[in-house]
Design a protein around this ligand. Structure first.
Ligand SMILES: [Zn+2]
Length: 223
């Protein structure tokens, strides 16, 4: 018996899971109270999506890394789910100034010190996404993130714990790809809220979001 086979058999023995069936980059849908994610009425029609990430100088570098990981997580999950390592080209890069986020950036992620710097403030006081589209096809998207958001009481600033920021980065990227909000207020990745006291870590991308995207785009990428 080859060493590799022996290792897999040992893994099955120890965990009861066949490694070939375990997905690495997404989880199976956990909550079945809803079966589809509503769509926002726009979609991409291009081979690759270039995401540019700007952050204010005072925002620690880890927030940039988390935003970049959110982009990568969707790419890895879509590729694994559809078993296509060539499609779903979603790439993120750092840009030093907002002026550099011009034509070559399909998605512009702005990470500011505080929600008070958001383009949509004072209406927008938490992470949000704003898309420009024509006849249902996306032209560009802006995503606004900040480690500091406003509490629902309307006057208390909240410094988001890392897992809450990461959850909102992945959630907003879901909007970028065309996913809307679930009816259930909390518990799904695309629920409108994330209670970071009840959830000790960010919610995973699941087969629910991926199935919805594949129904919208087909099996072979964004174009
Ligand atoms: Zn949302």
């Amino acid at each position: 018996m080859q060493l590799r086979t022996a290792f897999f058999l040992l893994l099955i023995f120890l965990t009861g899971v066949t490694p070939a069936f375990a997905s690495e980059h997404y989880q199976e849908q956990i909550d079945h109270s809803e079966n589809m994610v509503p769509l926002l009425g726009y979609r991409w029609d291009r081979d690759s999506i270039h995401v540019c990430i700007y952050k204010d100088q005072n925002v620690p570098n880890s927030y940039y890394v988390w935003a970049k990981l959110a982009v990568q997580d969707w790419r890895l999950a879509l590729r694994e789910y559809t078993d296509d390592q060539e499609a779903w080209n979603l790439n993120a890069r750092f840009v030093k100034t907002e002026e550099l986020m011009q034509d070559s950036c399909n998605v512009r992620i702005h990470i500011y010190d505080t929600y008070k710097d958001f383009a949509g403030y004072p209406d927008q006081t938490g992470a949000y996404t704003s898309a420009t589209y024509n006849r249902g096809i996306v032209q560009s998207v802006d995503v606004y993130l900040s480690p500091k958001v406003l509490h629902g009481d309307g006057h208390t600033d909240i410094d988001l714990p890392a897992h809450a920021f990461r959850n909102s980065a992945t959630h907003e990227m879901g909007h970028v790809l065309g996913l809307g909000h679930m009816a259930k207020i909390d518990g799904y990745l695309m629920s409108p809220q994330f209670d970071f006291w009840t959830h000790s870590k960010e919610l995973p991308i699941t087969s629910l979001e991926l199935r919805t995207l594949v129904q919208a785009y087909g099996n072979d990428g964004f174009d």
